[in-house]
Design a protein around this ligand. Sequence first.
Ligand code: HEM
Ligand code: HEM
Length: 304
Amino acid sequence: MKAMYHPGIHKYALFLVAWAVVLLTAGALVTSEDAALAVPDWPLSYGSLNPPMVGGIAFEHSHRLIAAGLGFLIILLAFLLWRYEERRWMKWLGFAALGTVILQGVLGGLVVLKLLHYWLPVMHACTAEIMFALLVSIAVFTSRWYMQDLPRYADHGSPTIHFIVTLNSLVIFLQVLVGAGFRHKYISLKPHVFGAPIVLAIVLWTAAALRLRFPDVPAMVRLRKLLHSIVGLQILLGVVALWARINGADDPQPMLPVVVSTVVHTVVGAFLFATSIATVLVCDRLVPRRREVLLATAKREVPA
Ligand code: HEM
Ligand code: HEM
């Protein structure tokens, strides 16, 4: 059965992506403001849904409220996909998003109850990136572009474009992981700084492979330009964040340059990872895998 394009569901998915950007920013603000333990209890805040919004409590509690909002919005998304989507795997993807947001909420609670131990803040930071990439993927899968009949393009290069774009996402994710390890004081900054040229190299390789193999495919052109600009911006932001941290090392509390640069660097990290995942999805949609090509050729050769 051919799936139908549902403009309402796609627009709703885009709205959730925008909500998640606000949530990532609110979460990163909690870390950058050193406000993680401003509220000692969970799921309520000081035993209430409406604690006094002062100091660190304002950051922590508003993060919790925006996160709860995303949870409710995802329940509706899962329902809409279950009710109206023709593609079975999309119905399950809605539930996967719901499972991820619940896991993320529980991890957030454990971060507080276990007083930032056991790498929980790092896991919470990394699951946030996965959550965001999942919502971006749902927006891609429900788009008119993805659902229309599209030409497919043969990949004559080696290694395959699917391998390159997947490796690209993996390397970016590892860079985020070590960034979070440093930000939450579990490891030194060294792996993250050494990781930056590796990320740059793999992004440049990905963009070059897309340019050489698929020079005129509009979606690929857009994505490779986006990958290029975001990685450049991210490295610049990383240097600024580091400079601000070194400069503000003796301040009694995090000052504006540290807060702004570290929050923006964290959120743009999520953009880079999500764009790399979108690239994987677009290549999957437009470029047949070798075994698909072989299967199609074999079918054509068998006489009817
Ligand atoms: C459900 C969706 C949620 C998302 C997408 C999310 C996302 C984030 C992000 C991106 C950060 C910043 C991580 C960093 O900068 O390294 C963060 C920090 C934090 N979040 Fe959440 N969060 C969610 C739910 C929650 C919930 C329900 C709680 C409940 C307590 C919570 C508690 C925290 C705390 C305490 C921090 C600061 C951790 C630290 O500084 O060590 N989060 N969150
Ligand atoms: C190449 C691409 C890069 C990516 C994808 C990236 C990504 C990230 C992310 C996502 C975080 C926050 C992790 C979290 O807790 O959620 C982070 C933290 C950090 N990154 Fe990067 N980063 C990159 C390059 C750099 C560079 C070149 C530098 C500096 C030379 C740098 C310096 C930092 C610092 C100092 C932090 C911790 C911020 C803090 O102290 O709160 N990053 N990075």
